[in-house]
Design a protein around this ligand. Structure first.
Ligand SMILES: Cc1cc2nc3c(=O)[nH]c(=O)nc-3n(C[C@H](O)[C@H](O)[C@H](O)COP(=O)(O)OP(=O)(O)OC[C@H]3O[C@@H](n4cnc5c(N)ncnc54)[C@H](O)[C@@H]3O)c2cc1C
Length: 325
């Protein structure tokens, strides 16, 4: 049994913890909760999945389906979906959502796997000790004696954290991300919009989704809008009020809304979705240190969805199992 530190309790880190359960795992996250970009936000009586919106029904990561079924984490719903709103292309689409918001998926996995954890612990340094084991440091504490350290956070942050331990000059091309501004908005009265989600609402809004189809308890009409990556990049530091007003005006013009907005808030995901995956550039499934003790992994290795994140963790876990016999 090895002592393994997993940094990041998003879907990648959870996949590793799930697959390496026979080892002595400690999972660290800077946040107070597991899930990372699978995030459900509550503001007063409003609820929004303002990170990942749904799990695709067609994804090909069998183990993730098994886990979703095993712990009863998801429900399949069929919705009216615009495959391209601007071109008036609509269809019925089946998707998988969490039983209680998308974050309930990683939250339940985290609760079920029951590994040692340190939430609210941002790891700022990793160092090798004289006994060839590794220590992790947060602002307040040192965590000692790890055989392996698996870093499951966005690529640029992983690189910063491990730059003294991994030779990054060997990496020719680097994976990249698109940033995404999301806007959460609500109306007291129902706007009776038939289409529940879709792509290309506007040249600057790449995705929109109703939240009432996910949360029965919502009394207000709640929506999440994703600004396009192009718009987000060009307006990365935009004043939040300006962004929110702009998104609201597009939404209201598009659906001819006369109601007054009752809540609006935005969030910037600096590392929103993978643009170019590491596997597409290198055909490799992780980045490792020379001594094969520090590994970098995340959705950015395989693609841009939460099934890619699970897949990345599962693939790395097979290798760690081989190394640790
Ligand atoms: C707006 C948006 C919409 C999306 N929509 C979808 C969708 O509809 N369907 C879909 O499949 N995917 C979607 N995705 C992508 C999906 O959310 C990600 O692919 C997936 O959640 C990534 O998981 P991860 O574990 O690799 O990374 P993350 O979820 O980013 O997890 C990394 C974790 O590491 C923690 N962390 C970071 N630094 C440190 C540190 N130094 N110390 C300790 N902890 C640290 C973070 O707090 C976080 O919990 C969306 C993403 C965004 C942003």
């Amino acid at each position: 049994m090895k002592n393994i530190a997993i940094i990041g309790a998003g879907m990648t880190g959870l996949s590793l913890a799930y697959n390496l359960h026979e080892h002595n795992i400690t999972i660290f996250d800077k946040s107070w909760r597991a899930g990372g970009r699978v995030s459900t936000r509550q503001h007063d009586n409003y609820l929004f999945d303002h990170g990942a919106h749904y799990l695709s029904i067609n994804h090909s990561v069998n183990q993730l389906n098994e886990v979703v079924n095993r712990y009863n984490l998801g429900q399949v719903i069929e919705i009216d979906f615009a495959t391209d709103y601007l071109k008036n292309k609509k269809t019925k689409k089946k998707i998988i959502i969490g039983q209680n918001g998308m974050n309930s998926i990683p939250k339940s996995i985290f609760d079920n796997i029951k590994v040692k954890n340190n939430l609210n612990s941002k790891i700022i340094k990793i160092s090798k000790n004289s006994n060839d084991l590794y220590s992790l440091f947060s602002e307040k504490e040192e965590y000692k004696n790890f055989d392996y350290v698996l870093i499951c956070i966005p690529y640029l942050q992983s690189k910063e954290l491990s730059k003294d331990l991994i030779d990054f000059t060997q990496i020719d091309s680097e994976p990249s991300y698109d940033p995404i501004h999301t806007v959460m908005l609500s109306y007291k009265d129902n706007n009776n919009i038939n289409i529940k989600a879709g792509l290309n609402l506007h040249k600057d809004i790449s995705f929109f989704m109703n939240q009432n189809i996910k949360f029965n308890e919502l009394s207000h009409d709640c929506w999440v809008l994703n600004m396009s990556s192009e718009y987000t990049k060009n307006n990365i530091d935009i004043d939040k009020t300006e962004l929110e007003k702009y998104a609201q005006s597009i939404f209201e013009e598009t659906f001819d809304i006369k109601n007054n907005v009752s809540f609006i808030k935005s969030h910037r995901w600096l590392y929103g979705q993978t643009k170019l995956s590491y596997n597409a550039i290198s055909k490799k499934n992780w980045i490792n240190s020379k001594d094969n003790k520090i590994f970098l992994c995340g959705d950015w290795v395989q693609g841009k969805s939460l099934s890619d994140a699970w897949d990345a963790g599962e693939k790395l876990s097979h290798y760690i199992k081989i190394l640790s016999v």
